[in-house]
Write a protein that binds this ligand. Structure first.
Ligand code: ADP
Ligand code: MG
Length: 166
């Protein structure tokens, strides 16, 4: 039997708070070794979504972008590793231990995941964020990768209203 095609769903948000709310719903479903890979231009809301995700994981401290350090670790009901690879130069990858982080019993959320070698986000979710037409409007496409990705996406669809595709 062929692998079922990767599923995807889209959401539209009209404020940072709505994006955080979607992140919270997502964070509540995540388990150890789940990976969320985010793409999208600067200001699209990747960090904002991860702030909600962290709340959904029970992280109490403030989540800010690790753009200079590349990685932040937070304690929630599981550890959260938040990576931001914006400043990563080609060839720097082994230095930050991405493989170790992905193997830990933790949730991993990665901004600028397109700078990683293909395949590192093979089982989990890919989140693509885009600017919409209004200043605060964003379109968020969440794509399931692998069986675990589909499971998370289905759980999320049940509680967070997805947008209709246009
Ligand atoms: P990125 O990490 O993708 O560079 P940030 O999350 O740091 O983006 O910044 C997004 C900015 O856009 C924040 O200032 C946030 O308040 C603002 N914003 C406005 N509307 C939205 C929205 N619908 N979703 C997310 N952020 C929004
Ligand atoms: Mg960011």
């Amino acid at each position: 039997m062929p692998e079922p095609a990767g599923r995807e769903q889209c959401w539209r948000t009209d404020s940072a708070e709505e994006t955080r709310r979607l992140g919270r719903a997502l964070g509540a479903h995540l388990e150890g070794r789940d990976v969320v890979c985010l793409r999208g231009p600067l200001g699209a809301g990747k960090t904002t979504l991860i702030q909600g995700l962290a709340e959904g994981l029970g992280v109490a401290e403030r989540v800010t972008s690790p753009s200079f350090t590349l990685i932040h670790e937070h304690e929630g009901r599981l550890p959260l590793y938040h990576l931001d690879l914006y400043r990563l130069a080609a060839g720097d990858l082994p230095g930050i231990g991405v493989e170790e982080v992905l193997a830990a019993d933790a949730v991993v959320a990665i901004e600028w995941a397109e700078r990683l070698p293909a395949g590192l986000c093979a089982d989990g979710l890919e989140v693509e964020m885009e600017f919409g037409s209004g200043k605060d409007e964003r379109r968020i496409v969440i794509r399931a990768r692998g069986a675990r990705g589909r499971q998370i996406l289905e759980a999320l669809e049940e509680e967070a209203d997805a947008c209709t595709r246009d």
